[in-house]
Design a protein around this ligand. Structure first.
Ligand SMILES: *Cc1c(COP(=O)(O)O)cnc(C)c1O
Length: 368
């Protein structure tokens, strides 16, 4: 049951043996036990993790995280509505791309991938374009590891009375926040990120009043967020179409383990320790981070690739994999980087072992 290697990626990530073990059964999708005791409990727990306010509800959606983003964008915006997206990385760009597919009116604040979301540009856009009804931003831009300023973003958007959509895919469960205090309308995340479940579905925690307004607006049958929510709401957790039962059961176990760890605050502390240990160790080996420390999330870090001519990512990757660690290629367009994630069933000791492994494989001149 042991994993072959430790995933140091932003999802899917390394899960605990007990989360994987929880999948070793088959469940009936319309059975009360499955729906009432697993799905409904998950929905309640997600809301409680996201906020202390009782005006929020949650809905689970089959597919990878992008499906939940697409369901939200395609359901929350009506025919006359217009979205503003902040794009400072691949995931912000993906939200804009979704609006292209769905033919939703959209304006994009396009920034460099190493620039934090520019809130002055946001404010100007909201003043100059009254047609904008909704705004969207990625919380942790997994492209680089950038943490965008969520509080200030929400404050400006709400001062202009906009509906706020946040892609908190790679941060929810790993970074403390109360989406009710922030007045976020739709918060999107997925099973295989900081909650440490396995891939297969995403979820949205939203203001119930906003979800109700989505009725009849979806541009896709299977990605109708409102219909999915209503079905779960009226049938004690029943999914409209075949639910990913094993993934859901594993997610339930992952939520229990998050509680056992002490909740989001404790998990954030572990991730933070992982990330600081990683950056310190890598700097001692001569690596440099793409972003300055104050912009960093405790989730994933981009490092510049070594400049030695013998370096190539694939060799580096394979050698590290042989040592039991899987890292991630870079995703930044104008810099040669690789990424190391530190979320999942990963502890500071693992990062220390990783640094030792990297030290043992970075003598490029010996790579024949
Ligand atoms: C992982 C991730 C997604 C969703 O990616 P999928 O591959 O569809 O699961 C979306 N946004 C962010 C910020 C992410 O990190």
């Amino acid at each position: 049951m042991k994993n072959d290697y430790l995933l140091l990626t932003p999802g899917p990530l390394s899960t605990s043996e007990s989360v994987r073990q929880a999948m070793l059964n088959d469940w009936c999708t319309w059975d009360d036990q499955y729906n009432k005791e697993i799905v409904q409990v998950i929905r309640d727990k997600l809301v409680k993790l996201a906020t202390n306010k009782n005006t929020y509800t949650s809905v689970l959606m089959q597919g990878s995280g992008t499906a939940s983003v697409e369901a939200t964008i395609g359901s929350a915006l009506g025919k006359q509505d217009k979205l503003l997206v902040i794009d400072n990385g691949a995931y912000g760009a993906r939200i804009a791309e979704i609006t292209d597919y769905l033919q939703i009116d959209c304006t994009t604040i396009r920034q460099g991938e190493t620039e934090q979301a520019n809130l002055q540009l946001l404010e100007e856009a909201l003043i100059n374009d009254p047609a904008i009804t909704h705004v969207a931003m990625v919380h942790c831009e997994t492209t680089t590891g950038m943490l965008n300023p969520i509080e200030a973003f929400c404050k400006i958007a709400k001062a202009h009375n906009k509906v706020v959509i946040v892609d908190a895919m790679s941060s929810f469960g790993g970074i403390e926040m109360d989406i009710g205090e922030l007045d976020i309308d739709f918060m999107i995340s997925s099973a295989n990120k900081c909650i440490q479940g396995v891939p297969g579905f995403g979820f949205v925690v939203a203001k119930q009043s906003q979800l109700e307004r989505c009725k009849g607006q979806a541009r896709s049958l299977s990605l109708d967020l409102h219909a999915q929510w209503l079905c779960m709401q009226e049938n004690h957790g029943k999914w409209r179409f075949t639910s990913p039962t094993h993934t859901v059961r594993a997610f339930y176990q992952a939520l229990l383990e998050l509680e056992q760890e002490g909740g989001i605050k404790q998990r954030q502390t572990r991730y933070q320790t992982n990330q600081l240990t990683l950056v310190k160790g890598m700097r001692e080996l001569g690596f440099e981070t793409l972003l300055p420390d104050h912009q960093h999330s405790p989730i994933i870090t981009s490092f510049y690739s070594p400049t030695e001519s013998q370096y190539d990512f694939k060799t580096f990757y394979e050698r590290l994999k042989a040592e039991g660690f899987v890292i991630y290629p870079g995703k930044v367009s104008n810099a040669d980087c690789f990424r190391i994630g530190n979320i999942g069933e990963v502890y500071p000791e693992d990062i220390t072992r990783l640094i030792t492994a990297i030290k043992s494989v970075i003598y490029w001149e010996e790579v024949a």
